[in-house]
Design a protein around this ligand. Sequence first.
Ligand code: PLP
Length: 395
Amino acid sequence: MMDFLKRTWVQIRLDALAHNFRQIRRQVGPGCRIMAVVKADGYGHGDQQVSQVFQEEGADWFAVSNIEEAMHLRQGGIVKPILILGFTPADQAAQLCASRISQTVFSLDYARALSSQAAKAGVEVDCHIKLDTGMSRLGFLCDPAHFDRSMEEITETVALPGLACTGVFTHFACADEANEDSDRFTFEQFQRFQQGVAALEKKGVRFVLHHCCNSAATMRFPQMHLDMVRPGVILYGRNPTPDCAGLMDLIPAMDLKSTVAMVKQVGAGAQVSYGRTYTAPAGTVLATVPIGYADGYRRTHSNKAHMAVRGSLAPVVGTVCMDQLMLDVTRIPGVQPGDIVTVFGRDGGCCVPIEDLAQDEKSIHYEVMCLIGKRVPRVYLAQKGEKGEKNERAL
Ligand SMILES: *Cc1c(COP(=O)(O)O)cnc(C)c1O
């Protein structure tokens, strides 16, 4: 039994995070750097806490989406280099430099703006050039129609004052889909990337770091690892897609838990929750659970999903409210207030897969993890065997 009681919480195994990092190290070998992707609060796991684990395990770099996330890592004691994968307003050049944060540069316009602000502040910003090889998001276009122009623009970029362009990278659109068409596209992206790098070298433009692999490509395409890989979701123990299952030995780090607040047997024909969408048969026993859509448990799970109580699955009945919902626990003997409810994750021999929730939401597990509410505390379970069970920390 835990020495604290919570309404609803996310439980995170630090030993699983360390294990997953070591598996990635094994996968890429000692010569390849690992950039731990910890954007979006470490995929909902708590960016400072997970980054501490990865830093201790030997992460070479960290990646985030914006400058606030980067600053949060610095405040949390992360000293390794950090790359912002997304947009940073150019007028924050001085801040980037002061906190030793590297910035993605994705267009000549942006490069000029950042350069001018950096020069004005008398600083130099470390930059990684982003090539758009097929994702059509950020980056200098590398399709045949734009290739030559982009190479000229990058050459102009690296010569700008106030920018130190030390890295070059791209991002795959479908490396997580193991079928012929998607694989062909990934290989084409990789080829365009290499052609870009080669064309720039011809112009005398060289970079220290070349990187393109997300989790799926790290798992599936060792020939694309280059100087560094950028795994995200596998750090947290989840396969990017079922197509990637079984390629690495991963341990999911996160479970979402709640607590039974009240148990009651309702009368035959009782209607449950807003809109009266569920009518209880005679003998129905309901458990009221304090988690709702404000915690990130989506309303679309109304009358669809299951949660685990006492090692058995109980269906969600009626509409999910903002802060609460009801489970039908008629077939689970002995359910009591205070019982722990597993919203997703393992409960003894019983498992509620996060992937099932994602499917219900017409989404992916990435989104389910990211959207767990800010008000849900993250509870970290210390490395196994180290300090024992008493060391569960609520943060
Ligand atoms: C999010 C992201 C990653 C990590 O993706 P995963 O699928 O979680 O491994 C890598 N690179 C970039 C540019 C990203 O935006």
